[in-house]
Design a protein around this ligand. Sequence first.
Ligand SMILES: NC(=O)c1ccc[n+]([C@@H]2O[C@H](COP(=O)([O-])OP(=O)(O)OC[C@H]3O[C@@H](n4cnc5c(N)ncnc54)[C@H](OP(=O)(O)O)[C@@H]3O)[C@@H](O)[C@H]2O)c1
Length: 316
Amino acid sequence: MWLYLATLVGLYYLLRWYRERQVVSHLRDKYVFITGCDSGFGNLLARQLDLRGLRVLAACLTEKGAEQLRGQTSDRLETVILDVTKTDSIAAATKWVKEHTGDKGLWGLVNNAGISLPTAPNEWLTKQDFVKVLDVNLLGVIEVTLYLLPLVRKARGRVVNVSSVLGRINLYGGGYGISKYGVQAFSDSLRRELSHSGVKVAIIEPGYFKTPVTDPELIFRSFQETWNRASPEVKEIYGEKYFASSMKMIGSLEKCTQDLSLVTECMEHALTARHPRTRYSAGWDAKLLYIPMSYMPTVLSDAVIHWIAPRPAKSV
Ligand SMILES: NC(=O)c1ccc[n+]([C@@H]2O[C@H](COP(=O)([O-])OP(=O)(O)OC[C@H]3O[C@@H](n4cnc5c(N)ncnc54)[C@H](OP(=O)(O)O)[C@@H]3O)[C@@H](O)[C@H]2O)c1
C-alpha cells in the first residue's frame, strides 16, 4: 500500500518536473517589459533575461537607475522612464513599447515596481499613508496592465504580478499587505478572464529578501515619523516599550535572504516555460512558514502572530 502510494507520488513529481522544464521557442524574438528596474528583483531580472537573449524593455523610475542598468547590459536592452502612479507616464511608456514591439506584440509584462512604507500599526496612520502605497503597488499594477494588455494579447503572452507572502497572511498595519492581497485578487480575476485567450497570468510570492523595500534604516525612519505624529492617546496605548520592541524586530530584517535569484528564477520560469505555474513562492521562509501559516485556521495563525509580535502597553 505505502509502496504503491510512494510510486504514485514519485510519478506525479517526475511528470511535473518533465512538464515544467519545457521551454517556449524563439526566446530571442520575445519582448518583456518590466517595471521597477532601478534596483532589487526588477534590476536583476532585467540583467538575467538580457543574458538569456530576450528583448528586455526595462522601465526605471529614475534616469540614474536606467543609465546604470544600460551600463551593465547588452545593446539589445532598452530603458524607459516610468512612474506607475502617473497615467501620462504609463500612456507614454505604452506608446514606446508599441513602437518597439510592432506586430509581434508584447510577450511578457512583469508588474514588479513597489514600495513598502509607511508601515506601522493602523491607528498610527492616515488615509494618505494607505493611498501612497496602494497607488504604486495596486493601482499601478492595474493601470499598467490595462494599458499593456492589448499588446500581451497580441503575443498570447504572459502577465507576471509580484505579490508577497504578506498578500497571504498580513502581519502589519499600513497599505502594503492590503495592496498585495489586492494584487492576488486582481491576478485571479485576470487569469480566469484570459484563460481562453492564450495569455497566462502568474503570481510571485516572495518571502523576505534584502532589498531597499526591506531596508531596516528606511523602515526605522518611517516608523519613527509615524510614531512622532501619533496622537498622545495612541502613544499612551502603545507605550515606549512597544515602540522599542518593534524597532528590534525591524532590525532583524538585516538578516533576511540575500540571494535575489530565488525570486528572479521564478519570474524567468513564468516567462519562459511552456507550462508556467499559477503561483510561485520564493524563499524558504515563504515555503516553510508563511504559506503554511496562511492555510492554518485563523485562530491558530492569530495565536502564532500574537506570540511573536510586540504588545501594546494598554488593552483599552
Ligand atoms: N524584498 C522583499 O522582501 C519583497 C518581498 C515580497 C515582495 N516584494 C515585492 O517585490 C517587488 C520589487 O521590490 P524589491 O524588493 O526588489 O525592492 P526595490 O529594489 O525597492 O524595487 C522596487 C522598484 O520599484 C521602483 N518604484 C518605486 N516607486 C515606483 C513608482 N511610482 N513607479 C515605478 N517604479 C517605482 C523602485 O525605484 P527606486 O529604486 O528608484 O525607488 C525600485 O526600482 C515589489 O513589488 C515588492 O513589494 C519584495
